[in-house]
Design a protein around this ligand. Sequence first.
Ligand SMILES: [Zn+2]
Length: 401
Amino acid sequence: MSFYLDQQSVSPETGSLGTRFLIYPQVPHLEGYEKPETVWISTPPDEIQAGPADRRMYVIDPLFEKPVYEYPFQPPFVGAAFPPAEAGPDGHFDHLDPSSRQFVSAHVFASLRRILDIWESYLGHEIVWHFSQTYERLEIIPQVNWNNAQSGYGYMEFGTELNDRDAAFPYALNFDVIAHEFGHALIFAEMGTPTVQANRQYFGYHESVSDLIALISLLHFDSVLDRLLRSTRGNLLTMNELNRIAELAGDRQIRTACNDRKMSTVSDAVHDLSKPFTGAIFDTLVELFHRSAMEKNLVDLPDDISHDRLFELGHHEIELINARFAEAFEARAFLLKSTLENARDLLGSAIARSWSTLDPNTLNYAVAGSAIADQFDEMGEKEAGDILMENLEWREIVVRT
Ligand SMILES: [Zn+2]
């Protein structure tokens, strides 16, 4: 469990502490996220080289403009490169100046390495890259002249985001984009890649689960959990009215996950098609958190309300839930936070463990959703599986008798 991961920050092989880096949980031009935060990655300082690089991945920052990778132009990059990010005298990387080029390299490396730690802890084993027959390590190109980012065979590369004021921001500083792109690579590694033409729902699944990987990874920042609970007064149901919560307006992962789309209300376009699946899983997270908070008597709600469908609650009921959660948040903020962390880890584990049971050639939403419910069952959390199946039914993904 990654809650455990947070507690230890110790390398299992050497028993040493991991290595410190600085990461922005959200793009730094977003209000409230201007300062990078300290994270630990599991690789100990004596196993990290300049780049940064370790035995799983390495950063190389081309000195001259490199065209984006596209077959037959493939890694490894062998041209001239900018000086790599180097550790400080203490072996850690949190000394780098956020305005330097080397900081960007360290940021994208640490983000990917941290996300890998989180998902390996959910899986309970080391992830083998889907490109491992060709490349030993993942190559990371932190900055290319391109208005996009991509995850490909043996590499990830990051361009820049141009905003409406013509300012350019490196995607390598955007944890959301990094985590989403990496999500695709994690799914490929664990589930395999299709050998026949996959169906539309396979592609929708990839987008959806990459978004969920980004969201669950984001929820590992203490500051993000605090901000989420503070802005909703502990009641995640209010995210359904997210547009009214200005403080969360920039958090794309949460905005995407919090939707009310059903299969009959989306098109075949992949990003649209991904929404019902994402919504069903996100509602399950919210319900797991809510039920657990009630079971632990952190929040006192009447039974008839607590078992209603999220989107079918009336105005009066929502007001009551808001009031009770706000009371609980005032009195027990830390217990609510650990309850949310537990729900997050339960969901992350079920999603991660479902991958190896799925066949990319035949995957559809109903099969993929049931596979997650089965993993809840296997972990002794049958009720969580039932909640998920109800949510999949409401989204018109499964039909149950
Ligand atoms: Zn994607």
